[in-house]
Design a protein around this ligand. Structure first.
Ligand SMILES: Cc1cc2nc3c(=O)[nH]c(=O)nc-3n(C[C@H](O)[C@H](O)[C@H](O)COP(=O)(O)OP(=O)(O)OC[C@H]3O[C@@H](n4cnc5c(N)ncnc54)[C@H](O)[C@@H]3O)c2cc1C
Length: 320
């Protein structure tokens, strides 16, 4: 059966790989290649952040964690495992997503920067977009997949509809205009990319006085964040936000004091009250499979969602 995946961010690529490797004749149609997507701006560490609903997110995150741990053994994939310390100023219960991770422990005093009273330490997969996205693209092409770039973008998914063909909508925030989905909204993020002074663990403060702050050391740089501004479409970096990010992250990790700023990036997370992963029938032999709205967790959910998308595609194919 033929499948056309629309979108070439982390969700489109992983979905297209699952379909192609399962035998669907799959191609990707996209406005922009991976390096020009929101996915390219992400850190991207495994963490179920601003994605819903929790019960489905838990299953997708667990499946994705397993897949990323496997990929961490392949040097070509750009994936690794790194300790992540989640910081809190007051004692907190275990997180709702604890069941999704393999290694979890409560932080000890030795793990916590001054001013923090509690925390969790997990072994978190990191899927660095500069290496991971090209790896996904190579893997898709090696399986026989083709990528058709249309810089003007599609104005309707009907442009691709045909009997016996599955159209797979992985357009992230682009789905708002493409499908008229007014539940989708941007959650603006801004990150500062700096040189890595030798850090080997990630730190995150989501609720404390430095919220939100995160430090994600990677192979060739270190990502410092951030902000999560719901409803803001502006892609221009804000110098005041950059200064705040640098100040907070240097307070958290003084070794960042002399780190050189490489660049500042802005991306719009595709926010939605619930990830949309479902098959929409558009006739006896036509359907659109939607897979978008992953908020701040596209890398955290990608393989789990791709597995479920494949199951939905197979169920549709079986009805033809
Ligand atoms: C600053 C920041 C940090 C983040 N950090 C993390 C992190 O550490 N971990 C994590 O899991 N997530 C993180 N995220 C979230 C993550 O980046 C997103 O959830 C993810 O990138 C969404 O992927 P996507 O493939 O759905 O969308 P995108 O990457 O936006 O891709 C959408 C694709 O659809 C195409 N498209 C759109 N409209 C059309 C159209 N009309 N016609 C044709 N093609 C179209 C685009 O060209 C693109 O190829 C972060 C996000 C930001 C902004």
């Amino acid at each position: 059966m033929e499948a056309v995946v629309v979108g070439c961010g982390v969700i489109g690529l992983t979905t297209a790989i699952r379909l192609r490797e399962a035998g669907f004749r799959t191609r990707i149609v996209t406005k922009a290649l991976p390096s020009e997507t929101t996915s390219a701006v992400a850190a991207a560490v495994w963490y179920p952040y601003k994605a819903y609903p929790r019960d489905r997110v838990l299953g997708w995150s667990r499946a994705t964690l397993d897949a990323l741990c496997d990929l961490a053994r392949d040097p070509a994939a750009g994936c690794s495992l790194l300790p992540l310390v989640d910081l809190f100023e007051t004692p907190v219960p275990d997180p709702w997503w604890k069941g999704a991770v393999r290694s979890f422990r409560r932080a000890t005093a030795a793990d916590l920067p001054p001013g923090y009273a509690d925390g969790y330490v997990i072994e978190a997969p990191l899927a660095e977009p500069p290496a991971f996205l090209p790896y996904l693209e190579r893997r898709f092409r090696a399986a026989g997949g083709a990528i058709d770039v249309r810089p003007e973008g599609l104005t309707s998914l009907d442009e691709l509809a045909a009997d016996g063909r599955l159209v797979v909508n992985c357009t992230g925030l682009g789905a708002a205009a493409l499908t008229g989905d007014d539940a989708l909204y941007p959650i603006r993020g801004q990150v500062v990319r700096v040189t890595n002074p030798g850090l080997r663990r990630s730190l995150a403060d989501e609720y404390g006085r430095r919220a939100i702050s995160y430090i994600i050391p990677r192979a060739h740089d270190c990502i410092l964040g951030g902000v999560a501004e719901a409803g803001v479409w502006d892609l221009t970096p804000d110098p005041a936000v950059t200064a705040t990010i640098l100040r907070r992250c240097r307070e958290l990790e003084p070794r960042l004091r002399d780190a050189e700023v490489l660049d500042v990036r802005v991306g719009l997370r595709p926010g939605r009250p619930a990830v949309r992963l479902e098959l929409e029938r558009r006739g006896p032999r036509r359907a659109v499979l939607h897979n978008y709205g992953h908020g701040g967790a596209g890398f955290t959910l990608c393989w789990g969602c791709a597995d479920e998308a494949l199951a939905l595609a197979r169920a549709f194919a079986a009805t033809l």
